[in-house]
Design a protein around this ligand. Sequence first.
Ligand SMILES: NC(=O)c1ccc[n+]([C@@H]2O[C@H](COP(=O)([O-])OP(=O)(O)OC[C@H]3O[C@@H](n4cnc5c(N)ncnc54)[C@H](O)[C@@H]3O)[C@@H](O)[C@H]2O)c1
Length: 292
Amino acid sequence: MGALDGRVAIITGAGRGIGREHALFFASEGAKVVVNDLGATNDGTGADISPAQQVVQEIEARGGEAIVNGENVADWEGAQRMINAAIEHFGDLDILVNNAGILRDRVLVNMTEEEWDAVIAVHLKGHFAPTRWAAAYWREQHKAGVVKPRNIVHTSSTSGLFSNPGQSNYGAAKTGIATFSQIVAKELIRYGVKSNTIAPGARTRLTLATPGLEDIMTPKDGVFDQWDPANISPLVAYLASEACVFTGETFLVQGGNVTMIESWARGQSIDRESRWTVADLSDAMTSLQRPG
Ligand SMILES: NC(=O)c1ccc[n+]([C@@H]2O[C@H](COP(=O)([O-])OP(=O)(O)OC[C@H]3O[C@@H](n4cnc5c(N)ncnc54)[C@H](O)[C@@H]3O)[C@@H](O)[C@H]2O)c1
């Protein structure tokens, strides 16, 4: 028996890289999969449905069930059509994995408006729009008395969570996604929906485009391949399964390591029963110290 037997899953950006591995693994665990991918280049330009079609063919060749979907996840109506495609073809939707992503790295002083907008659109709106349409469907189902577990897994990045220079567009979007997931978790728990986020580390065309990373990520004979993108999918399948006990959490995942991320938390404070002056703050603020 598979961990996802009979469940219907949409995986965005599943034509290549990490999403492709999710699609193959989900199908091997018994899920019926909508393989979404626009087929864009690294920077989000262009469109080519063939990588997603190949993933579907591979799933079918292994006896699994899948359909292809070429919608742009950042397109409002396109996202709705993608959710409807799962429901129309497989009769339901249980799992949404928001994974599609692009990069347009640039230091802030050189970043163009277009580079900012494109990355924010694919990541933030590309997480919001599918989630919004899935949530509307799940609320409707819940109101109709169809009560069952549903799962969303979003994709963040250490580039955002740990503030990587040169990626202010991508990092802001990726940290936004982690917060978005926490809010989704709080709003949708009443409909039986769990929402969690991963920040993966794997060898894909996105990371291979980053200077210096190719050497680190090259597999070595006889040693566990820490950077194989297939290492990410079992955690995503767990978070997408009925067995998942988490919601609103973010996990780093790379190789055989899974690490929980601590959310924003209140730290030390200064406090008094009157408005501060700048002069008093200049003294009092020195009592707030970063550990180490
Ligand atoms: N590889 C890593 O180590 C790493 C690290 C942190 C975060 N991530 C995130 O993981 C996710 C997957 O990235 P990857 O490394 O597998 O990259 P990838 O380029 O191999 O795959 C991304 C896929 O998303 C698709 N896509 C892009 N824009 C789309 C759109 N608007 N609509 C539908 N599909 C679209 C692309 O066509 C591509 O197939 C991304 O969200 C990325 O930011 C990856």
